[in-house]
Design a binder for this molecule. Structure first.
Ligand code: APR
Length: 177
């Protein structure tokens, strides 16, 4: 597995719900039943079928909720992408400060994308909002996890889609380093 080419990893400012890539990653919580931030935006744009699929996943696969650091794919309802990959970032407010937990969100989401056959995917800045992780740390962990993943031989494009200038800047710096 060689280093991914620099074309494979992009950084862009925007609303992840408008991405037309194969998959978008949702910064969910373990309930998978929606919330604020990007989770709320994705559920609003996807429509009720997404919540119905998440409820079914809770009933069949994750009765106790999706554990932090893990990822699970669903369809995308009315969104322009094909899959939503839900991952649960570590919550700094709850004392979850282990960088490996956050790196695992990116690794697990890549693995889930490969499993369903997605060739392109967009990530938000998982844990950089409500879960209160420092943006620079999220950017560094996210870029390193994607760059070092052997799964990048199966994924053509990973795009970090950031909602505001500060987070965009942090990811641009992380990618440039
Ligand atoms: N597109 C892209 N990024 C977005 C969007 C959007 N439409 N909306 C928000 N963001 C950004 C935020 O600005 C932040 O930089 O996503 C990043 C992650 O923030 P959160 O959505 O708050 O996610 P997180 O910090 O992981 O907290 C997860 O918040 O929304 C609840 O249900 C969710 O309980 C869970 C918690």
């Amino acid at each position: 597995m060689g280093m991914p080419s620099e074309h494979q990893i992009q950084v862009e400012r925007g609303d992840i719900t408008r991405q037309t890539l194969d998959a978008i990653v949702n910064a969910a919580n373990s309930s998978l039943l929606g919330g604020g931030g990007v989770d709320g935006a994705i559920h609003r744009a996807a429509g009720p079928s997404l919540l119905a699929e998440c409820r079914e996943i809770r009933r069949t696969t994750y009765p106790n909720g999706l554990p932090t650091g893990e990822a699970v794919a669903t369809g995308a309802g009315d969104l322009p992408c094909r899959w939503v990959i839900h991952t649960v970032g570590p919550d700094r407010r709850a004392g979850q400060t282990d960088p490996k937990l956050l790196a695992s969100c990116f690794d697990s989401s890549l693995a889930e994308a490969v499993r369903v056959g997605a060739r392109s995917m967009a990530f938000p800045a998982v844990s950089a909002g409500v879960y209160a992780w420092p943006v620079e740390q999220v950017a560094e962990i996210a870029v390193r996890a994607v760059r070092s993943s052997p799964l990048m031989s199966d994924i053509e494009l990973v795009r970090f889609v950031l909602f505001d200038e500060i987070v965009l800047g942090a990811f641009q710096s992380a990618l440039a380093s």
